[in-house]
Design a protein around this ligand. Structure first.
Ligand code: FAD
Length: 399
């Protein structure tokens, strides 16, 4: 039995490890000169590879109903037991898992060593060009000759950060073999806005509660020359990327006031205790100076105006402080996006093995499928989990 894994990324290497049995041959074909190029840049080189809160609610797919059958109560143990068995020692910070070395290289080296110990044949600089099913076998054409095999695992990733090797080939292979593709868009990425107030805040960072529709995130927003960035914005991009034009709301005082009454009470009190200060100066106690200026300008309030002289502008000021509206015109592109949203539809995949329902013997792992996680270790978590499940399933057919 010969198994070919296309793509030596996180999910492909894990799949190859689990697929290998004494009596079979497992070959990984990787188009780069080295495997796991993307893994090395994850988490700013520190590799946030998992999250303690590993639940299906952190994932997006057109087939939402299938996610709870994939991310189950067993998933966490499966992933962590495997990583521990290959020598990855975790350091857990607020639920986010990193290798204790703080280096993605530790995870990279552990995975490649395990593949080598198991006898997986990794071939770099081999770009797969086409896959054809012929009777019970597959013909895999590459830039370096043809391969014939019994099973194929497509682990080519999505099309984000194409310089790491994942540039969308897997979607083409899946489509040519009859699979439905859920439209693919950049995700976990910054949001673009033409709002002049936002642009004037470029460089400022602030802890806020930011919402898009019914989804809210608390964390640091970074204002940039193109719009908004930061982990909480990335998480909202999983929704924004499908919407195109939309608007997000920023609550700058989420940890101080709940409603207008609270707001008036708070500033009555502050105004009485901190004497001879303008509204601008009082707000500076809570917020970055540039944000204070932008909000006052938007409300047409003079920085030097006193709290008591605001009159009916108090309500306008409150509205802008707790629900600052930013019009979004789209997301940034695939070149800077951490992941791709969309991909091979789960409708065409048996999610307990990740085998295609259309082409028997063909399997998928990782980002090429229509499963996208939040920031925080969820995408590598899914890459590992799908690699384990698909690898085990293919390997079992060889026993
Ligand atoms: C900057 C950045 C930071 C990130 N940080 C995190 C993080 O901290 N935590 C987290 O969970 N996720 C993070 N991610 C996302 C995570 O890296 C990916 O979701 C994950 O690597 C997907 O694994 P994969 O195996 O599906 O694909 P990939 O890791 O992309 O691997 C696909 C492999 O297939 C190869 N390939 C593609 N086409 C072919 C072909 N035709 N022939 C041969 N080989 C081919 C590619 O060269 C590549 O090596 C980050 C992503 C980026 C870009």
């Amino acid at each position: 039995m010969k198994i070919i894994v296309i793509g030596g990324g996180a999910s492909g290497i894990v799949a190859s490890i689990f697929a290998k049995r004494d009596n079979n041959e497992v070959v990984v074909l990787e188009k780069n000169s080295k495997c796991l190029k993307k893994l090395l840049i994850t988490g700013n080189g520190k590799c946030n590879y998992f999250n303690d809160d590993f639940s299906f609610e952190h994932y997006y797919s057109d087939s939402t109903d299938k996610l709870s059958n994939i991310i189950t109560s067993d998933s966490k143990k499966k992933i962590l037991d495997f990583l521990s068995s290959i020598g990855v020692v975790p350091r857990i910070k607020n639920g986010y898992y990193y290798p204790n070395s703080n280096q993605a290289y530790s995870v990279h080296n552990s995975l490649l060593k395990e593949a080598s110990l198991r006898g997986v044949d990794v071939r770099n600089d081999v770009k797969v060009l086409n896959i054809v099913k012929k009777n019970d076998s597959f013909l895999v054409s590459t830039n370096n000759g043809d391969y014939i095999c019994d099973k194929v695992i497509i682990s080519t990733g999505g099309k984000s950060y194409p310089k790491t090797g994942s540039d969308g080939d897997g979607y083409l292979f899946g489509k040519s073999l009859g699979h439905k593709i859920v439209p693919v868009v950049p995700s976990l990425v910054g949001l673009v806005s033409n709002d002049k107030f936002i642009k004037s805040l470029s460089g400022v960072r602030c802890d806020v509660c930011v919402s898009l529709g019914s989804k809210s995130e608390i964390g640091e927003v970074q204002f940039t020359d193109y719009g908004l960035s930061g982990i909480c914005i990335f998480n909202l991009s999983n929704i924004a990327s499908r919407l195109g034009n939309c608007s997000v709301n920023i609550n700058f005082l989420y940890n101080f006031v709940d409603d207008y009454n609270d707001f008036c009470k708070l500033f009555d009190k502050v105004n009485n205790s901190v004497l001879n200060r303008s509204i601008g100066e009082l707000l500076e106690g809570y917020l970055n100076y540039n944000i204070v200026n932008v909000i006052l300008k938007k409300c047409d309030i003079d920085f030097s105006c006193s709290w008591n002289d605001l009159g009916n502008k108090k309500k306008l000021l409150f509205d802008n402080l707790i629900s600052f509206n930013v019009d979004i015109v789209g997301t940034r592109g695939f070149d800077v996006a951490q992941v791709s949203l969309g991909g091979i539809s789960l409708d065409d995949i048996n999610v307990s093995t990740f085998e295609s329902k259309i082409v028997p013997g063909l399997y998928f792992t990782g980002e090429v499928m229509d499963v996208t996680g939040d920031c925080g270790g969820y995408n590598l978590g899914f890459a590992f989990l799908s690699g384990i499940i698909a690898g085990e399933a293919v390997g079992d057919t060889c026993d």
